[in-house]
Ligand binder design. Sequence first.
Ligand code: CAA
Length: 304
Amino acid sequence: MSVAHGIRTLGVLGSGQMGLGIAYVAALRAKVPVLLYDRSPEQVEKGLKLMDKLLAKDVSKGKIQDLEAKEARDRITIVGQDQGLKGMRDADMVVEAVSENLGLKQKIFTELSAECRPDAILASNTSSISITKIASATIPQGQTAASEAGQKSASRVVGLHFFNPVPVMKLVEIIAALQTSEATLNRAQNFAIACGKEVTTSKDVPGFVSNALLMPFINEAIMWLEKGVATKEDIDKTLRLGMNHPMGPLQLADFIGLDTCLAIQQTLYQGTGDSKYRPSVLLERMVDAQWYGRKNGKGFYEYK
Ligand code: CAA
């Protein structure tokens, strides 16, 4: 095992499509034991089923041997509901992959900073929320941001932004908060590389490089649909066949999740005040209708 990143045990919070994907690449490619926690036991069960399916598919395609799949599966330990975040005590790094909600993430990071070892890296897979804001939640009670304890705690927070589907997409975007130390950044980069990924770095701006560019494109496509410029099929086909995108923008929005797209767009709009990031009314209405895309069967398209 490469120890350049020093991660001997990884904690993953959230076993949805992102958290599960991160657990998968860490266990299979970086060969690191993973502690997986989700507050919903049903979600854990769903995640493990997906993990077994992905491993079996890799074996059937001859990409990995049976033994490698078994070893990867054995590296995953489920943290029980009775343990919660206390179960992350042995982790050298924890990656949080819960929903895009600043309050929830800050609460989790406050708790993690109290439960985890002081040298453990605390990473967020957020798609757009400020890593600096998340890091500030780790300052111990009674300390200031300038105190040694305050600086030390916040300096181990970093953004580690994976892309969906995690096993397939080659990139991890690394985001340094104002407080992130060089050592934290290097270890996070080395860990992403050990997971088989290429890395880029972005400053802590709303949406980082990836979503500050992607979301206006998706939003524009939704507005064009709203205006009746073309059908959804033709908008998607134009980008797929005309520009060689693997998915059209409306298909991609369904794939990411319309609720996630809206949350990212709201962060971009609120964080910059720039009207070019204002979410389209149609996207807002679709989320009001609980049409979240592929994850719950209905978005711009229907999924069985
Ligand atoms: N998990 C694991 N593997 C998957 C998968 C999944 N959910 N979906 C597809 N794959 C694998 C398939 O097994 C197949 O593997 P092999 O090459 O080994 O056979 C490969 O991906 C291609 O799959 P398919 O042939 O079934 O389908 P496809 O060629 O249409 O590719 C796709 C599917 C990879 C999803 C492709 O459509 C694609 O790249 N779409 C764009 C995805 C994208 O842009 N993702 C980023 C979204 S933004 C984000 O995640 C970040 C954010 O902050 C919002």
